[in-house]
Design a protein around this ligand. Structure first.
Ligand code: SF4
Length: 280
């Protein structure tokens, strides 16, 4: 069933221990939005690597493919692209930066960075126990007004021909989930999050960013999307070329539904994936 953007719901309040929710990440949201089976294969693959257990996706054999994702796009409107350097003010402060992303550009001088102080007190992965979500934004910035918001940095696409070559809704989904992580960590909902398309090779001439709204309908959409994902016990495939061409489980030879085979698209990679890792 398509997801209809719902009315805002109050947060489920579960103090103390983790609630019994299937744990999800911004990456899970993105892959489910593209193809629920991709998310299922990806999670099963990582569980298998961690535990040594056989790969065991929940998708029943013979599941009929879907023509499109069960999730409708988030109600974020059409965020306005802004060309140029990221709008970082002289009084803005950096609260967080993913310590395992060494390629992130240097946006703040050390006197306006509180990253080391944060990481001394907290694990590097932000966790939202109420919504069962965890992940790492690239940055979290605080404005002088006290507003905090995440910034997701994309270096793979320059800001040319926007939005033709950009992830768009995939990027928006990721930053929405990161807004929730910021809300859970700093206890104030960000009005929006930023997707920042960088240009480390071009001297910044082809940079730009978009502001994705979070409060209101997008936030409610996110909560409902997490419920839809957890309630989906099938996680059916959506075999479309645009999905399968870049699908990691397809690269690893794990999907029997693939519209296009990764090895056919990238013959130079043929034979890289050990057969033993395959289950079809
Ligand atoms: S190869 Fe295609 S159908 Fe299979 S999991 Fe990936 S995106 Fe889905």
């Amino acid at each position: 069933m398509p997801l209809v953007p719902p009315k805002a719901e109050p947060l489920p309040q579960v103090p103390g221990a983790l609630p019994p929710l299937e744990h999800l990440s911004p990456h899970d949201l993105v892959t489910y939005f593209r193809c629920p089976h991709e998310m299922e294969l990806h999670r099963s693959q990582h569980l298998s690597w961690r535990t040594g257990a056989p790969l065991h996706p929940r998708t029943p054999a013979g599941t009929a493919p879907l023509p499109h994702s069960p999730l409708l796009p988030p109600p974020v409107g059409d965020p306005r692209p802004v060309h140029g350097r990221l709008d970082v003010g002289l009084q803005d402060e950096l609260l967080y930066q993913d310590p395992d992303e060494p390629g992130l550009p240097f946006l703040f001088p050390s006197e306006r960075s509180h990253v080391h102080a944060f990481l001394r007190e907290h694990p590097p992965t932000l966790e939202d126990r109420d919504w069962g979500l965890s992940g790492r934004p690239d940055y979290v910035v605080r404005r002088p007004s006290g507003i905090c918001f995440p910034v997701e940095y994309k270096e793979t696409h320059l800001f040319e021909d926007y939005p033709r070559h950009h992830g768009r809704f995939f990027d928006f989904l990721q930053v929405l989930a990161e807004c929730r992580l910021v809300e859970a960590t700093w206890k104030v909902p960000p009005p929006s999050g930023l997707v920042y398309y960088g240009d480390s090779a071009g001297g910044g001439e082809r940079e730009g960013w978009v502001e994705v709204p979070y409060v209101g309908a997008p936030r409610a959409w996110l909560l409902s999307a997490l419920k839809v994902i957890r309630a989906d016990q099938v996680r059916a495939p959506v075999p479309q070329e645009g999905n399968c061409d870049h699908c990691e489980p397809n690269r690893d030879g794990l999907c029997r539904y693939a519209r296009t085979r990764f090895e056919d698209l990238h013959p130079s990679h043929r034979g890289e994936v050990p057969r033993a890792r395959r289950f079809y």
